[in-house]
Design a binder for this molecule. Structure first.
Ligand code: FAD
Ligand code: FES
Ligand code: MG
Length: 303
């Protein structure tokens, strides 16, 4: 059981959690993630470790409510707990001194990119951050990014904050005017990462993306996170999640990510019909004084 010490909304549907997980906090590096299971019948979902405090024994997760499990998690408050949390998983980001690093975050991808952007700055790089969001209220971590970025550009789809457009626009301008770029790190929706890859391919700018493949175990055993690349099949959980953007087949990734769309929509409908029952399920699973906490896995599975 992993107690939640802090929980606050950063934006509509986007919540920041500080969770007690001392061993993960001690070992985690930028770019790594955890697999979380909220309750005994819950599914496993991967979430990036946005921050960690080894002295306090805590990690920070930033969660966008998109479906049943993330929306359920975003109903949890300080004082609640999650049942399982495994990590740190995945390879850490390859942090070293490149020169000028352009970090591009789309939507909740900004939160996933933040720890690596900070580590790149600490490694002595000049860090340019481009943040994209649909609208002003969805712009994430602006104060945190201002602290580490040598330049910060904000782009919104509707022009309600920063400039109107998409994250590709400022990247394109920089490339066209010949600005120095030694590395691009892009994290966000699949089609955004694909567009960045196509933009940097002709000039051969080294480009890294963090892939949001479907994951189950996070240890290379189930094959769920299979990624097609020019160099053959890879597994995002153990070979990534960061990959060279120019070798990834994004069309296969987008197709695979939609595999369970129908069941996901059904699960979300059922959750919306009775969110209180779902939250009670988490709270029951995470209470040590409840009788079922002593049941064996076999007993739980047979119900
Ligand atoms: P569902 O309705 O079940 O699914 C919505 C969509 O989310 C699906 O169509 C699919 O594309 C994706 N998805 C569903 N199940 C999984 C799964 N088991 N693994 C991966 N993707 C899935 N989101 C955040 O908000 N914050 C993060 O820090 C974050 N870090 C991630 C790190 C990694 C390495 C990966 C692979 C994904 C990360 N995600 C993060 C995405 C997050 O895992 C999904 O949004 C979440 O699993 C959706 O679950 P759901 O039940 O709420 O939605
Ligand atoms: Fe199972 Fe990667 S999540 S192999
Ligand atoms: Mg789900």
């Amino acid at each position: 059981m992993f107690p939640i010490l802090e929980a606050e909304f950063l934006a509509p549907e986007i919540k920041r959690f500080v969770i007690e997980a001392p061993r993960v906090a001690r070992k985690r590096e930028a770019g790594q993630f955890v697999i979380v299971r909220l309750h005994e019948r819950g599914e496993r979902i991967p979430l990036t470790i946005a921050d960690g405090d080894p002295d306090r024994g805590t990690i920070t997760l930033i969660v966008q409510g998109v479906g049943k499990t993330t929306r359920l998690m975003n109903m949890l408050e300080a004082g609640d707990a999650v049942l399982d949390l495994v990590g740190p998983l995945g390879k850490p980001s390859d942090v070293r001194k490149y020169g000028t690093v352009v970090v591009i975050g789309g939507g909740v991808g900004t939160a996933i990119a933040w720890p690596t952007a900070r580590a790149m700055k600490e490694a002595g790089n000049r860090v340019v951050v481009i943040v994209g969001a649909r609208t002003k209220e969805l712009v994430l971590l602006e104060p945190e990014l201002r602290e580490i970025a040598d330049e910060l550009e904000i782009v919104t789809d509707d022009g309600s904050y920063g400039r109107k457009g998409v994250v590709i626009d400022p990247l394109c301008e920089r490339i066209l005017r010949g600005s120095r770029i030694d590395l691009v790190l892009a994290i966000g929706p699949v089609r955004m990462m694909q567009a960045v890859a196509e933009m940097t391919r002709p000039s051969g700018i080294r480009t890294i993306v963090s892939l949001n493949s479907l994951m189950v175990d996070g240890t290379g055993m189930c094959g769920g996170c299979r990624v097609a690349t020019k160099e053959g099949t890879r597994f995002a959980c153990v070979d990534g999640p960061e990959f060279d953007a120019h070798i990834v087949d994004f069309d296969v990734l987008a197709r695979r990510n939609r595999t369970y769309a129908v069941s996901e929509a059904k699960a979300l409908d059922a959750f919306r019909a009775d969110p209180i029952a779902a939250i009670e399920c988490v709270r029951r699973s995470c209470r040590l004084d409840e009788p079922q906490a002593d049941e064996s896995l076999a007993e739980v599975a047979s119900r």
